[in-house]
Ligand binder design. Structure first.
Ligand code: NAG
Ligand code: NAG
Ligand code: NAG
Ligand code: NAG
Ligand code: NAG
Ligand code: NAG
Length: 637
């Protein structure tokens, strides 16, 4: 209940006001009198503000408690020693006592200290790591090598293994230090660092529901929430590419095809530009099989950044306990921490170590939010609030521009199939932090971000903003850097006000993903609806026949329409052509029983119908096209 009240504050206040002024009589009709609220209400775009506690969605929500991965304290820790400039691995003797207590019989025979060894994690390829020949014995305080950033540790007592854990480090690197020093002299002044922290699959509404404490913290500490942040494509990668390259998936496929070996190497990722201009760079992401730049594609031949967490996490996933929890609402553990916490801790360590330098850190987590549970991520609420408090305590917020965001909302499942789910899928949360000195030096940025809180924005804008920040840091002859996003020339820096006339097209958002129109749902389906539904089915059948150059053509029974589950029509905005109506149809097909939702436009003069996009909404979708077994392919359409 506390949850409900915290996030639904505005609405509650409204209720109170009604009661105060109009007496109890009005109570019964407050719901119908209630005016529509909007996230964005401009000439070019109107986005309704969906109520996060809508009964249809709220009934699926259950608050999940945070559970520790172990009742024991870790036996070891890796700590940077500023005087030697190396990490040291320490054994915690008092924690060892706990390990003995859980097994008294064992304690009776035990030595007074454990014997421990470590294995450095070496990256072989994007898919392979090497732990070396043997586990290297060490005493507490041993100096760790600077050539790799990941270590696995094991400890034994009485010949029995009692402990396995992993530590990631941010070792001092000569060439990085030289780069930072050269550019610091060149610039002569401190430049803002950039930190991006993303949690997969969290809409703005989902953040309100599942992470009220975190959200409250952000609201109270002066972050800017961009409520009209609209995704531009379906799932993670095609939304991350615009944000990190300014190109959409199609262009990337032509320019630097991620399916080819070294394809991604040719993409103009923003972190390369940052690195070229004197920044130290890092990237970390949990759940390595589905990593953004690896799932069904080739990944990177060379580490794409200075500090690349993937090899460590691959080793951790393979060797540490608890990585096989597959329950819907559990938070997967890797050793003594949740999988995502390895990434968050690394973000903290990286930003702490380079606190006084210019860095570009990009950290992405999947394990506590990816999938179609709306409840699971609530377990991390307190943790995430603490995470941002720790960032503040270590001084990160003083000199970094920070983006805290997601890629999209839920993509499938029963919550997604509600009308609210449609909107939430398209509106991931985005918060931006400006460090105090930047606020002082550029009040116009503060003004712009305040304006943009309620404007339509997209991942392309974040890309242009990242370039804008880089331009601030490099005042001399680098004007060309403040460029556009190639696939959205009208997209812009979020540190400038977004024009009121902006439409989805202006923001690089295709019709199917556009939330600027509100839809009206009706129950009596028209003959046009059936024609449109047939067109969708034909379209999916045709796509499947062409899939992998027709490799599976003729293999599966063609899909047929089972029923229209929901039909809606868009209320047109002023700028729209009145002869073109825009429709949204949710249909179910046989024999797969799968559920699709499509956006179509219908020309009322020519009767011409065009599909602008199709989404698959049932739970059975994930992982289908990665599956090479033929009978699965038939279910995957
Ligand atoms: C750091 O290393 C120095 C030199 O080896 C050592 O004297 C000091 O105790 C170390 N600091 C910590 C906190 O371990
Ligand atoms: C060592 O372990 C004890 C007991 O588990 C714990 O209270 C303490 O915080 C640990 N020390 C460090 C430096 O992690
Ligand atoms: C590791 O440390 C040694 C000794 O300080 C240094 O010479 C070497 O350059 C460092 N390695 C890297 C990759 O920076
Ligand atoms: C950064 O600078 C501050 C202030 O000079 C200093 O206290 C701190 O130790 C430095 N941190 C690092 C990681 O160099
Ligand atoms: C199509 O145009 C006709 C005639 O103007 C109108 O009666 C009808 O409602 C329009 N249909 C749609 C779907 O806009
Ligand atoms: C709609 O159809 C009419 C008649 O065929 C055509 O002139 C018009 O260009 C079409 N409009 C659009 C936006 O396709």
């Amino acid at each position: 209940m506390e949850l409900h009240l915290a996030g639904g504050n505005t609405r509650r206040t409204m209720w109170r006001t009604h009661l105060w002024w109009n007496g109890l009589l009005l109570l019964s009709c407050v719901q119908s009198v209630k005016p529509k609220k909007y996230i964005v209400r401009t000439e070019g775009c109107k986005i309704e503000d969906p109520y996060p506690y809508d009964a249809e969605v709220w009934k699926n929500f259950k608050r999940i408690e945070y559970t520790e991965c172990s009742t024991l304290q870790p036996l070891t820790r890796a700590e940077y020693n500023a005087s030697t400039e190396f990490y040291q691995l320490h054994i915690n003797q008092s924690a060892f006592q706990q390990y003995l207590q859980i097994d008294l019989d064992f304690a009776a025979h035990s030595s007074s200290s454990p014997s421990c060894c470590y294995m450095p994690v070496e990256r072989v390829t994007e898919q392979e790591v090497d732990l070396g020949e043997n586990c290297i014995s060490f005493e507490s305080g041993v100096q760790l090598r600077n050539t790799t950033l990941g270590f696995l540790v094991q400890c034994y007592a009485n010949g029995k293994r009692i402990y396995t854990n992993g530590h990631a480090t941010v070792p001092e690197r000569g060439h990085v230090r030289r780069r930072l020093a050269e550019w610091a002299i060149e610039r002569g002044e401190a430049v803002p660092s950039v930190l991006l922290v993303a949690m997969d699959t969290i809409s703005r509404q989902q953040l309100m529901r599942a992470m009220p404490l975190t959200r409250q913290y952000l609201q109270n500490t002066g972050w800017f929430e961009l409520a009209g942040y609209n995704k531009v494509e379906d799932n993670t990668l095609p939304n991350v590419l615009p944000l990190t390259t300014g190109y959409n998936r199609n262009s990337v496929n032509h320019m630097c095809n991620p399916h080819e070996e070294e394809g991604l190497e040719r993409c103009p990722f923003i972190w390369k530009l940052y690195q070229d201009l004197g920044y130290v760079t890092a990237f970390g992401e949990d759940d390595t099989p589905i990593n953004t730049f690896n799932y069904l594609i080739k990944g990177f031949r060379q580490p794409p950044v200075d500090y690349y967490l993937r090899p460590y996490l691959m080793a951790a996933e393979q060797w540490l306990d608890g990585s096989d929890q597959l329950e819907q609402d559990s938070q997967p553990c890797l050793g003594y921490r949740h999988a995502a916490e390895h990434v968050y801790d690394y973000a903290l360590e990286f930003t702490r170590r380079y606190r006084n330098d210019s860095y570009f850190g990009f950290f992405w987590t999947n394990t506590h939010s990816h999938g179609n549970s709306i409840s699971r991520t609530s377990a991390m609420d307190r943790y995430m609030r603490r995470f941002w408090q720790r960032m503040a305590e270590q001084g990160t917020m003083e000199h970094s521009v920070v983006f805290f965001l997601s890629d999209h909302g839920l993509l499938d499942g029963s919550t997604r199939r509600t009308p609210l789910g449609w909107l939430e899928e398209r509106l991931p949360f985005l918060y931006i932090w400006l460090p105090p000195h930047l606020r002082q030096a550029h009040p116009e940025f503060v003004h712009a971000l305040n304006e943009n809180r309620q404007r339509l924005t997209s991942p392309f804008d974040v890309f242009v903003t990242l370039k804008h920040i880089l331009r601030l840091a490099s005042p001399n002859d680098l004007a060309h850097l403040l460029g556009d996003a190639a696939d959205c020339p009208s997209c812009q820096s979020l540190l400038q006000p977004v024009p009121l006339a902006r439409t989805c097209a202006d923001a690089g958002i295709p019709e199917h993903w556009c939330t600027c129109r509100s839809y009206y749902t009706y129950s009596r389906h028209t003959s046009t609806d059936y024609l449109m539904a047939q067109l969708i089915v034909q379209h999916i059948n045709a796509l499947f026949e062409k899939y992998k150059d027709g490799k599976y053509a003729g293999l599966c029974k063609p899909l047929t329409l089972m029923n229209i589950m929901r039909a809606s029509i868009a209320r047109l905005n002023k700028a729209d052509n009145p002869r073109i109506s825009i429709h949204r149809l949710q249909i179910q097909v046989e024999p797969t029983q799968s559920i699709y939702e499509a956006t179509l436009s219908h020309n009322n003069s020519s009767q011409n119908m065009v599909i602008s996009g199709i989404s698959r909404l049932d739970e059975h979708k994930p992982f289908c096209y990665g599956e090479q077994v033929d009978q699965f392919i038939c279910k995957c359409r």
